[in-house]
Design a protein around this ligand. Structure first.
Ligand code: AMP
Length: 190
């Protein structure tokens, strides 16, 4: 299996690049943010809970997120591999994912990180907020909070994969196609 963690701060382009990668490598795309938004749209209990955190730019608690992610993976028994987009976002989530995949006799192949500086992220998120319909992209304070949470809780997850020699950083600034080429090159030469 080819299991990729697509990593990077909010606005780095994970969703855009995931769509292109799943097409090329025939992987299943699991975006925890998208799954939460689907639940919000369908007014599920999980959606109501997730919304209370997402609207403030906070992380949904690990226990809830991990359980949801595992259930999604289990829905795709015949997958050739997965792109995990927006997960893991904490050290606990990374450890849980490792144990869960080991129980299925598989593991993360590599973490691909889109590297984009903070000013550019804020610009992109505000632009996306104009037509994405995402409340968390419209409010500069919520955007700042998400970036702060990323720096404090998510960025350290890099070292989890670095210590396993599975971390590859890619410049996330440039055209969508050029960044996609860099990601493909990183996968093909790993
Ligand atoms: P995203 O679509 O990846 O930008 O995620 C939007 C929001 O969903 C985040 O700001 C969090 O509130 C929540 N979220 C998504 N993925 C996770 C995760 N792995 N752990 C906790 N919260 C998450």
């Amino acid at each position: 299996m080819l299991n990729i963690v697509l990593f990077g701060p909010p606005g780095a382009g994970k969703g855009t690049q995931s769509e292109k990668l799943i097409d090329k490598y025939k992987l299943v795309h699991l975006s925890t943010g998208d799954i939460f938004r689907y639940n919000i749209k369908n007014a599920t209990e999980l959606g109501t809970l997730a919304k209370s955190y997402m609207d403030k730019g906070q992380l949904v608690p690990d226990e809830v997120t991990i359980k949801m992610l595992e259930a999604e993976v289990n829905k795709h028994a015949n997958a050739k591999g997965f792109i995990f987009d927006g997960f893991p976002r904490t050290h606990n989530q990374a450890e849980a994912l490792e144990k869960f995949l080991a129980s299925k006799n598989t593991s993360i192949t590599l973490m691909l990180a889109l590297e984009v500086e903070e000013q550019e992220l804020k610009k992109r998120l505000l632009l996306r907020g104009k037509d994405s319909g995402r409340a968390d992209d419209k409010d500069p304070e919520v955007i700042q909070k998400r970036i702060n949470v990323y720096n404090a809780e998510t960025a350290p997850v890099k070292s989890f994969y670095e210590s396993q020699k599975k971390y590859v950083g890619v410049n996330g600034i440039g055209s969508i196609d050029d960044i996609f080429k860099s990601l493909c090159n990183a996968i093909d030469t790993f």
